[in-house]
Structures are given as structure tokens and as C-alpha cells.
Design a binder for this molecule. Structure first.
Ligand code: SF4
Length: 65
């Protein structure tokens, strides 16, 4: 899996960080998402999918590679 984010779409809701703190963070100045691990380890795949599904701005993407 490869994670990506559209930082122009992100509204800084922080849900991804709550769901998957090891995969996502938010910029200090404006709260926009930053991806910590573009390729989540196997144990984080389900969590990564949940975070993508829960983003209220549809700003996260998971490509199955
Ligand atoms: S859940 Fe979506 S809108 Fe909220 S910080 Fe993460 S990427 Fe941005």
C-alpha cells in the first residue's frame, strides 16, 4: 500500500491522526496533514484504510501496489 494526501483538500480535522498516529501527523502552523509513513507496515494496513475512509475531506488515498 502507498499512502498519499491532497494537502489542498485537507481541512485539518485531525481524524487521521487520531485513528493512525503512527502514519499521520499535522503541521504545527495550520494543521494540514503530513504523512509519516507512505508505506505502512503490515500491522498498520487496516488502520491506514480506516483513516482514509474516515477523512471528512476525502483528502487521503491508499493505492494498493
Ligand atoms: S482526517 Fe483528512 S481532513 Fe483531517 S487532518 Fe487528516 S487528511 Fe486532513
Amino acid at each position: 500500500m502507498k499512502l498519499s494526501a491532497d494537502q489542498d483538500k485537507c481541512i485539518g480535522a485531525g481524524r487521521c491522526v487520531l485513528v493512525a498516529p503512527e502514519l499521520f501527523d499535522q503541521r504545527d502552523d495550520d494543521g494540514v496533514v503530513e504523512i509519516l509513513q507512505e508505506q505502512p507496515p503490515p500491522a498498520q494496513l487496516e488502520i491506514a484504510r480506516n483513516a482514509v475512509a474516515l477523512c471528512p475531506a476525502a483528502a487521503l488515498f491508499a493505492e494498493d501496489a
